[in-house]
Design a protein around this ligand. Structure first.
Ligand code: 8IG
Length: 267
């Protein structure tokens, strides 16, 4: 097996296309914590493959992250890859497994990558738990980066304005915000939450930014959506817990599914 991550992604993409019997894919959706139940609304399942059947993917490590890739055809005839779960930097496997799904999707033909996550809200005064927020930009505080060498990729419009406009056509109530990514796996301290607000952040999470960078490097457009499942640590009294994240996901799955299906239809 090659130790070139792009060659590994090309190998995984070839296996994925032949297993699914699909010649090329158009769109990839990465379903974060809380978003997996929304996947059923996107279209008709053509195939579902455990990630571990393909080269380069780490087995799932988090409850609510199923570790499967679903190939779906939408009503409008688009071929969609849905990643039911993702690999996180905090799993300790390094940055390459984190972005392997996005690179595989791009190698399989994808030109639009929709990244979803569950996140802490830094603006509880106007972010309700269970509300989706469009990611307008990000701040990468993970201390990691998927690119090495002189790869001076422009990051001005990482979260493509055209796709955000389109998402707002589907749901005019969508707010936008800046996603601040930490490595995790701990949630932030209250001081780190205050810092993130001062830096201009609106949500905090442990995913998405490295995948967005890899997608931009690969020439794909990115749409990002955070499901706010808790206020950032210290902003309200309660300590944070992962079960609540999954419950918010289950409670909002229908709305998130309709939102994603309608967005994908308009792409
Ligand atoms: I859900 O408050 C979820 N994921 N870093 N902070 C970070 N990640 C999160 C949070 C949070 N809530």
């Amino acid at each position: 097996m090659s130790n070139d991550p792009y060659a590994l992604a090309a190998t995984a993409a070839a296996a994925l296309k032949s297993t699914a019997g699909v010649e090329s894919f158009d769109v990839a959706l990465v379903m974060g914590s809380g978003w997996v139940p929304a996947a059923d609304a996107i279209g008709t399942t053509v195939a579902e493959i455990p990630v571990t059947d393909l080269p380069g993917f780490a087995p799932p490590a988090v409850a609510g992250h199923a570790g499967r890739i679903r190939a779906v055809t939408t009503a409008s005839g688009r071929n969609v890859l849905i990643f039911l779960g993702r690999t996180h930097l905090y799993e300790g496997l390094g940055v390459e497994p984190v972005v392997h799904g996005v690179r595989t999707a791009i190698a399989a033909g994808v030109s639009t990558v929709v990244l979803t996550n569950a996140a802490g809200g830094l603006r509880p005064e106007h972010q309700k738990v269970g509300e989706p927020v469009l990611i307008s930009d990000h701040i990468n505080l993970t201390g990691a980066h998927p690119l090495t060498g002189a790869r001076f990729v422009d990051m001005t419009d990482t979260y493509t304005p055209r796709l955000r406009d389109l998402a707002r056509e589907v749901d005019p109530s969508l707010a936008e915000g800046v996603y601040v990514a930490f490595r995790g796996p701990t949630y932030e301290t209250p001081a780190e939450v205050r810092m993130s607000r001062i830096l201009g952040g609106d949500m905090v999470g442990m995913s998405t930014v490295l995948e967005a960078i890899a997608a931009r490097e690969g020439g794909a457009e990115v749409l990002g959506l955070s499901l706010v499942t808790n206020p950032g640590a210290g902003l309200v009294g309660e300590p944070l817990n992962h079960q609540e994240v999954l419950e918010v996901g289950r409670a909002t799955a229908a709305r998130m599914g309709v939102l994603l299906a309608n967005v994908v239809d308009k792409l």
